[in-house]
Design a protein around this ligand. Structure first.
Ligand code: GDP
Length: 314
């Protein structure tokens, strides 16, 4: 497998993991560093849950649940059913197999291991060859302000099914969080060929990563091109609340809006062919097939991203 060099991918959950899977299939494993958002992390039923890390890990290992888009395939729900029968909280669903990961991560965090070390060990056990790291080992918690005040992210996202109107987002703990050392090392590595901002929700998947002190500056300073991929196709989100949030925050629901949101960070921006005639301001725009339905789609988009980066490096 020929490699352009080291590639860093900033990822949320579902949309990000799709492109990460594509990248993992066109790059040698040692040349892919996946940095996962941990702003969605929370403590629930006494467990430490890291939804985006897990979606990336399950996707890369072929264990992701294709129907749900989160959690594990071939899942059973005895724990949840029993918890419900006991009158426990069931609004956040945890499958029996998935549960094992949360129990083990919680045990190790309590024993003093870092989220980075735990994630590396879990990924190795799942047979994942590339590196997957959390954006920080320090807790960062996304919070959402709606008409009724501030609420925790999973309350908004899962319990209330994204129904509240979002007025503002905050990333509690971000200002004190230390950036992932592997990310900072990669951004100054002379072998760095590209940074990919995956087609994830900009507000709740990418901006928590950018909120960690030093990350945005290091991205601006890095010698390699930073390439974003639009999560909006033809004015609509493929999945999740990205379009709803854009509208609620007073922004146009468009691919261009997401690029605008990232400001001067992007050198290149991949949009769908459906959006290719949008006025190009800011980063250099490349059109590609960005809807990832099949594995071949994921690989093709990964190649398109690497081609765009190569063009920008020329
Ligand atoms: P979450 O953390 O699970 O919400 O996942 P992400 O933030 O990584 O992904 C959510 C975003 O992925 C949404 O804005 C979707 O529009 C986008 N998305 C999902 N599938 C695709 C796809 O096939 N292509 C593109 N371009 N975006 C996608």
């Amino acid at each position: 497998m020929s490699s352009p060099g080291l590639v860093v991918a900033l990822s949320g959950g579902i949309g990000g993991a799709k492109l990460v899977l594509g990248l993992s299939r066109v790059l040698p494993p040692e040349d892919l560093l996946v940095v996962a958002n941990t702003g969605d992390d929370f403590e629930h039923l006494g467990l430490s849950i890291s939804p985006d890390i897990d979606t990336v890990a399950y996707t890369l290992s072929g264990l992701a649940n294709p129907e749900l888009g989160w959690g594990r395939r071939d899942e059973t729900w005895s724990f949840m059913e029993t918890l419900g029968a006991l009158g426990g909280e069931t609004w956040f669903r945890l499958g029996d197999r998935d549960l094992a990961l949360h129990v083990e991560r919680t045990r190790r965090l309590r024993a003093g291991d870092s989220l980075t070390a735990i994630t590396a060990d879990v990924c190795a056990r799942l047979g994942i060859a590339c590196r997957v790291v959390p954006m920080s080992d320090d807790p960062v918690r996304t919070r959402v302000r709606s008409e009724t005040g501030w609420i925790d992210f999973q309350d908004y996202f899962v319990r209330q099914q994204c129904a509240p109107v979002v007025r503002e987002l905050a990333f509690a703990g971000a200002e004190a969080a230390r950036p992932q050392p592997a990310l900072m090392a990669a951004l100054s590595d002379p072998r760095l060929a590209a940074v990919v901002i995956c087609p994830s929700n900009p507000f709740i998947s990418v901006e928590p990563i950018l909120a960690i002190p030093g990350v945005r500056a290091a991205l601006l300073a890095c010698a390699a091109p930073v390439i974003g991929v639009s999560p909006i196709i033809g004015g609509r989100a493929v999945k999740g609340p990205t379009a709803k949030m854009l509208a609620e925050l007073g922004l146009e629901v468009s691919a261009a809006s997401v690029a605008w949101r990232y400001g001067d960070l992007l050198d290149g921006y991949i949009v769908d062919h459906a959006d290719a005639d949008a006025p190009a301001q800011g980063p250099r725009v490349f059109a590609a097939e960005t809807l990832m339905t099949t594995l071949a789609d994921r690989e093709a988009l990964a190649r398109a991203v690497l081609d765009a980066a190569a063009t920008l490096r020329e």
